[in-house]
Design a protein around this ligand. Sequence first.
Ligand code: PMP
Length: 427
Amino acid sequence: MIRNVELFERACRTIPGGVNSPVRAFRSVGGTPPFIERANGAYVWDADQKQYIDYVGSWGPAILGHAHPEVVKAVQEAAVNGLSFGAPTEAEIELAELLVHRLPSIEQVRLVSSGTEATMSAIRLARGYTGRAKIIKFEGCYHGHADSLLVKAGSGLLTFGNPTSAGVPPEFTAHTLVLDYNDVAGVEAAFEKYGDEIACVIVEPVAGNMNLVQPVPGFLQALRDQCTRFGAVLIFDEVMTGFRVGPQGVQGRTGIVPDLTTLAKVIGGGMPIGAFGGRRDIMAHIAPLGGVYQAGTLSGNPVAVAAGLTTLRLIGQPGFYERLEAQTGKLVAGLRAAAASAGVAFSADHVGGMFGLYFRDAVPASLAEVSAGDTAAFNKFFHAALARGVNFAPSAFEAGFVSIAHDDDIIARTVAVAGEAFAELNP
Ligand code: PMP
């Protein structure tokens, strides 16, 4: 850890907290984050040349494993032809066509450069389309860092939210209703009270930002029904789940069709990209066709599009998701068994290539239940695993990601390490 520590101290002098995105700083688990020098397949190496089996996967994009040779080649070839034009290209049509083809709910799509831009723009579009101001989001879902989304539930039932970040005036969150995930009655009550003022509901259809939390049966259908009944736009934020939980995201797994979908992460194969798309009649309200403004200097960036296109082609091969889900299932089953034999209160869940680890007896269904887990035990487990060369997400409130490069041997080694880590919790 010598060089990592030096680098962290050096980083802290010029970069706030030493990181360019807060969860990287290890604030919740404590200690110094490894500085990554390179990554390949299921592995990352830090500045001290220590190798880790990686379950962060750049927080989702690395579904093929890191630095897949075909993706790297596509990026190199695109780069030679110019890094950015600020003008339309054929490759971005191909990416749009591929997204429209793979996700039936998307009739038109606009590319942006991050998930935050995608959700921010989708919400503006929903408001412009409906002419309404209010939006519904759910406690524990993260949709990027746009002002009106950095919000927690207000003090009373069905009151508008309070900012969770300094620098966000309460007026900016005054139109955001924050409800409990999986609470159908709460959604119905909100629509009963404010139905004709609600522009949209935005939801992570499988939540991955409060650890992994699945929707209970009927929850997503209730959102669909209420939005249809009251003329609100249903936005599935599939930035994390899109092409991660299956070939058509959560919408493919459940058959529930959103009006708009936001994407990022996997569709960029590790390069900065995001997208929002959906019904043609709604997308027609975006500039230059309509009055809802949205733009980006680097939108549809040719290098990012090349990485995304190649990634999407590779994951479109037959059997890809069956194998990804099987590997994730083996990991989760192995971890459960290891915890049980160490006598640690533990549960785990997975959907496609994403998983959740919980230091509690039962899989949680809400932020409150996730928060009731034993965070201190997680933090100890995390460091015991990290020291042994397994890199889980550095927070009890994050999901984990398996790539197609995580073979049986890698998973068996992970489970062996986890066994030792669980044993440390219960000596
Ligand atoms: N929505 C969801 C569901 C996410 O998981 C994230 C990022 N983790 C975002 C939006 C924001 O994406 P980005 O970090 O690319 O801005």
